[in-house]
Design a protein. Structure first.
Length: 148
């Protein structure tokens, strides 16, 4: 018997209670500390259950960029794809569907559940891992907004 996939709001609530959404490198617990090798690991960092193939993405965003206007017309006027990633450099603020905000800085790992938008405070270089299907729809929507 197949179970119904939980609503986006329910998944967001579960994620917010069960995991950290942003963590600095030095806050990630060291699991292995051997000569020449340090391995850090944070668990419960998002849930990919129910998603298909994952795409790897690299974004370069200029200070002042705000993707909110480009998301108009999507469900809740927000990005509805989850992302796991690493901010190589820069600073940005993520606003979630419940209006909470989180600042992500260079060197942070992060998980953004469905239902968010991003505004860039300092030029940013970002590596994202996202479900191809869900984020592909968002990217196509943005492309249409940009090209008119």
């Amino acid at each position: 018997m197949l179970e119904a996939r939980p609503s986006r709001e329910r998944r967001f609530a579960d994620v917010a209670e069960e995991c950290t959404m942003r963590i600095a490198k030095n806050d990630v617990p060291v699991r292995v500390n051997a000569p020449g090798a340090v391995a850090r690991q944070v668990t419960n960092f998002g849930d990919a259950t129910g998603y298909g193939k994952i795409g790897g993405e690299y974004f370069s965003l200029a200070a002042g960029a705000d993707i909110a206007p480009l998301l108009k017309g999507l469900e809740g006027d927000l990005c509805q794809s989850p992302h796991w990633g690493y901010l190589l450099q820069g600073e940005l603020t993520v606003t979630y569907s419940d209006a909470t905000e989180e600042v992500v800085r260079g060197g942070d790992l992060f998980y953004w559940p469905p239902g968010h938008t991003v505004k860039v405070a300092k030029d940013a270089e970002i590596i994202l891992f996202s479900p191809q299907h869900e984020h592909g729809k968002v990217i196509e929507h943005i492309r249409r907004q940009v090209t008119g």
